[in-house]
Design a protein around this ligand. Structure first.
Ligand SMILES: [Zn+2]
Length: 369
């Protein structure tokens, strides 16, 4: 694991991504939609403005709103009602995050990715999930032979025809290309504790609860490969796995239907702040979903979910919704100062963040009838 020097300059976080996405097998620049950036309150020097829009009424330094830990265990509210207890085990979830990071870098097609695939497949199967590897090939941005890719699909209660997709990417970026040290940008080791492992760890923890999920709704987990097999911004395409998944869903429609999709990306950092993503509140079909999820967080007292839109982000939810017609929202903390640096390590993440995000998703799933 790379060492970290606390005296290193901290970068203004720039939200991830996301330059490109794939439509119908052709690579198309997805930047166009992001052309009208309003960076009125963002320091221009540290921002790559290619793919994110900050809404104007959110100060860039509003991070403090999410620093106070909110209770995860049962507690009395002002009205005297007992708040439900978080059934997720944050320490165990964090253990999964560590286990994944201990593998090392996990970029698409790498030995680390293969180890991770073995780890998650075994984990989900042991807990009763039906695991399918959705394999495909992608062009290697560096040339040479194709890269073998696989989305991991885990089904819970596969007999249920109305389903919800809960997903995350599980590949890591090839290089820490936003590291403050230029040498690290070219040859540093990127572990991706938050950007890669956190979403997977939440799903691994949620897996303990899903066999007992009552009702008529089935849940599928999807771990997407090739979210960021990106060496050169603007040249190499993002979202290969989610695009492939959405295309297959349309070309060979299954017997079931996804009512909703919920994407988790960078949900483990210690200083967690989850604003609503702007596509999610703008698209008419996803707006009710965003409202429901943030209302669930409010009901549980999870204050890290901030009920305001902030960034407009290209992420796996865009192909899922635009190609697959699966209304999908993105739960993402875009204000992560270690993003795409060698410092995105487990020590930047916390058990309680993982547990809180998983809890909100779980309680929301329970309301789906
Ligand atoms: Zn990333």
């Amino acid at each position: 694991m790379p060492s970290y020097n606390d005296s290193m300059p901290k970068m203004r976080p720039k939200p991830p991504h996301r330059g490109t996405w794939v439509v119908g097998g052709f690579l198309m620049l997805g930047l166009i939609a992001m052309a009208e950036n309003h960076y009125s309150q963002q320091p221009a020097s540290a921002q790559d403005k290619s793919n994110v829009t900050a809404s104007s009424n959110d100060a860039a330094n509003s991070k403090d709103a999410g620093t106070a830990a909110s209770p995860v265990s049962s507690s009395q509210t002002a009205s005297g009602r007992s708040r439900p207890k978080n059934p997720l085990n944050g320490q165990r979830a964090f253990g999964y995050l560590r286990q994944i990071c201990d593998i090392g870098p996990r970029q698409s097609g790498s030995p680390g990715m293969q180890k991770q695939q073995e780890l998650v497949q075994k984990h989900f199967e042991q807990l009763g999930g039906k695991v399918t590897m959705q394999r495909f090939q992608a062009k290697n941005p560096l040339g040479g032979s194709n890269v073998p890719m696989a989305n991991v699909i885990v089904q819970w209660h596969p007999d249920r025809k109305q389903r919800v997709l809960v997903c995350a990417h599980y590949d890591t970026r090839p290089l820490p290309d936003r590291d403050p040290d230029p040498a690290q940008q070219r040859q540093g080791v990127f572990i991706g504790a938050n950007d890669g492992a956190s979403g997977v760890a939440v799903l691994m923890e949620l897996a303990h609860l899903l066999p007992e999920l009552d009702g008529d709704i089935g849940v599928d987990f999807a771990l997407f490969d090739g979210e960021e097999l990106v060496y050169v911004e603007g040249r190499d395409p993002y979202f290969l796995g989610s695009t492939w998944f959405a295309q297959q869903y349309v070309r060979q429609p299954p017997e079931y239907k996804y009512r909703w999709g919920v994407l988790l990306d960078m949900v483990g950092d210690t200083n967690l702040q989850l604003y609503q993503e702007q596509h999610g509140v703008t698209w008419r079909d996803t707006r009710p979903l965003v409202k429901e999820i943030w209302a669930t967080a409010a009901r549980l007292g999870v204050k890290e979910f901030v009920p305001r839109a902030r960034y407009k982000i290209l992420d796996d939810h865009v192909p899922l919704r635009n190609i697959g017609k699966i209304p999908t929202c993105d739960i993402i903390d875009y204000d992560y100062i270690y993003w795409h640096t060698t410092m995105d390590t487990p020590q930047r993440c916390s058990p309680s963040s993982l547990a809180k995000v998983g809890w909100v998703v779980y309680e929301w799933l329970k309301t789906q009838k």
